[in-house]
Design a protein around this ligand. Sequence first.
Ligand code: C2E
Ligand code: CA
Ligand code: CA
Ligand code: CA
Length: 278
Amino acid sequence: SAEKSDRKLDYYQPEQDRYNARRLTLMSELKQAINNNQLSLYFQPKIDLGSNSVVGLEALIRWHHHRFGFVRPDEFIPIAEQTGIIKPLTRWVIKEALGVQQELLSEGHDIDISINISAKNLREEDFVSFVSETLASNPNNNHKITIELTETSMMEDPLKALQVLEGLSQPGVRLSIDDFGTGYSSLAYIKKLPANEIKIDKSLVFDLTSNIDDQVIIKTTIDMCHRLGFTVVAEGVESQHIVDILKSLNCDLIQGYYISPPLPLNKLKLWLSEMDDY
Ligand code: C2E
Ligand code: CA
Ligand code: CA
Ligand code: CA
């Protein structure tokens, strides 16, 4: 009857089903994706505001899915974390990034690479030894990597985070606190971390032109970070106007679409050679 089918319409949620089906597919295929070369790294330059030179590259993962096309990390990293695949995934990223660093070095670009890690990685018994051994067996003795970990992920288990970060803190490894300003960490805690760099979250950077309160917050953050000895990076820089404001606030490094979006390796090489010419 009409009444029955109406009720059925109420309960049937095709959007939700599609979402669940996609999620299940991604979940079951992510592990194979690592072995099947469906994952790749893109690289976004980090620029020194004083010298306008490239001081680093951030590796950002991409998944080219055979059916869904391009899947964003914001969608599959949480799946990787829930299924435990984040362990082999992060290890793949570290090895791949070091391989790219070696390749760039052989072409005359000696450059730091930043790698994003998950709070879940900090709980792996052998994470620190994996990083140490991978770096030790790397043909490039002059490796320079930066490990990025978000402020909120560290606050899940602050003591554990501190312990692992101390273990990671070794020659050739820098530590960066990502998405700073979005969490609730205390200055007393941040001060204790063996970090080298603080990355101000893009949500704060976006509003810099319009929002005078954000300018005050960022100015205070930058001054405080400098006093504690951290390098300050602003991410999400999308215009020259923001560059000018960040310069006036003494920010050290910037990243954003205005400089360059994340690029696949072949395009990155072209970009780097154009920077050299310039
Ligand atoms: P994130 O580490 O905060 O990376 C910055 C994100 O902002 C990247 O998104 C980047 O493409 C984007 N972005 C850069 N410049 C601009 C800009 O000027 N404007 C705007 N609107 N966005 C900009 P992406 O590549 O989609 O990555 C999203 C997040 O996924 C990352 O945020 C990071 O948390 C995570 N992620 C990416 N790669 C990896 C990885 O290899 N391992 C882990 N564990 N997480 C990763
Ligand atoms: Ca990051
Ligand atoms: Ca960030
Ligand atoms: Ca983020």
